[in-house]
Design a protein around this ligand. Structure first.
Ligand SMILES: [Zn+2]
Length: 241
């Protein structure tokens, strides 16, 4: 099993029993550095570097330059993100767009997949992404409903959908998952947020991704083993791990 999206800051958050590997997502420059350090200490942790759209730095150019320095110096980085657009709180569209485009361009230059964060901004996110060619990435914590699946699949390049612990208690999302092509689904925790049933409302840990796999196995009506084989090969293909 693979958790394709976790935020680990402290040692006690690192509960990864039964997992082959974990992709560490980053929300800012500091996080990106923490991810690099953690990945040096544990060979099951793979770092992403990136800046969240609700964490726009004062100097966008400088921050993009710092991310680029990390990409140049650390070949173990598997992705750029999380980056994207988020209109759920106050935001400056121009700055979010500039920050997002800067990271898309890094992903192209260093041939890395993108981890996309999109909240209440799916149409604008898709519009920005479609102005580039041959991108590859995951729309993390996908919330675009059934109708946008085909729009994302039709974007140039190779796109995946990341689904989290809320799958265990949201029937609407279960319906959505049944519409995602099986070879484009990856599972994640977004820990420490979004704990699945039976831990809903508590701290989430990467190893709880198991409950998301179990829910998918029931939805697909196939064994957990078959589910794991499919999902894990999707994650490995996407992140080249
Ligand atoms: Zn995240």
């Amino acid at each position: 099993m693979i958790d394709t999206h976790a935020h680990i800051r402290m040692d006690d958050e690192l509960k990864i029993d039964g997992l082959e590997l974990v992709i560490l997502s980053a929300s800012n420059i500091e996080d990106s550095g923490v991810n690099l350090n953690l990945s040096r200490e544990n060979d099951r942790l793979y770092p992403a570097v990136g800046i969240h759209p609700q964490d726009v730095p004062i100097e966008i150019d400088t921050a993009i330059f710092e991310l680029e320095e990390m990409l140049i110096k650390n070949k173990q980085i598997v992705a750029v993100g999380e980056c994207g657009m988020d209109f759920s709180r106050d935001y400056d569209l121009d700055k979010q767009t500039e920050l997002f485009r800067g990271q898309i361009e890094l992903a192209i230059k260093y041939d890395k997949p993108l981890i996309i964060h999109s909240r209440k901004a799916m149409d604008e996110t898709i519009e920005t992404l479609t102005s580039y060619k041959n991108l590859k990435g995951v729309v993390h914590c996908y919330s675009g409903g059934k109708k946008r699946i085909s729009r994302i699949m039709n974007m140039e390049g190779e796109w995946y959908f990341g689904i989290d612990g809320n799958l265990t208690y949201e029937p609407g999302l279960q319906e959505v998952v049944l519409n995602i092509p099986k070879d484009r689904l990856v599972l994640e925790t977004d820990s420490p947020e979004l704990a699945p049933i039976p831990f809903k409302g508590q701290t989430n840990y990467p190893e709880y991704v198991r409950y998301v796999y179990e829910t998918v196995s029931k939805l697909w009506k196939v064994s957990l083993e078959e589910t794991e084989n499919q999902i894990d090969s999707n994650a490995r293909r996407l992140f080249q791990v």
